[in-house]
Design a protein. Structure first.
Length: 94
């Protein structure tokens, strides 16, 4: 005996049970519509996004974008090296 399949949600919010049962449909909607929200006991728990969207949001892991932004700054000649303050030294017995 098979259970009747629930209709996929129209809102983009899925209950965990429905998301597991209709995983292929969930993936199809992520790719065609966009992020899909998964709830557990009516609390939004996760959002499923496409790999392309994940890469866009994660940014460049090398830090190259930060280096380029700093190099393009009109203030790149400003010396930002902190001043070194003399630290008190205490005597200890060894």
């Amino acid at each position: 005996m098979t259970r009747p399949t629930a209709e996929p949600p129209r809102s983009g919010t899925w209950r965990l049970h429905d998301a597991r049962a209709q995983f292929s449909e969930l993936v199809r909607r992520v790719r065609s519509i966009g992020p899909q929200h998964i709830t557990v006991q009516d609390d939004e728990t996760i959002v499923v996004i496409s790999a392309e969207e994940f890469r866009r949001l994660s940014g460049d892991a090398t830090g190259q974008l930060l280096v380029e932004a700093l190099q393009a700054s009109p203030h790149r000649e400003i010396d930002i090296e902190p001043e070194r303050a003399a630290m008190p030294v205490r005597n200890i017995d060894l």
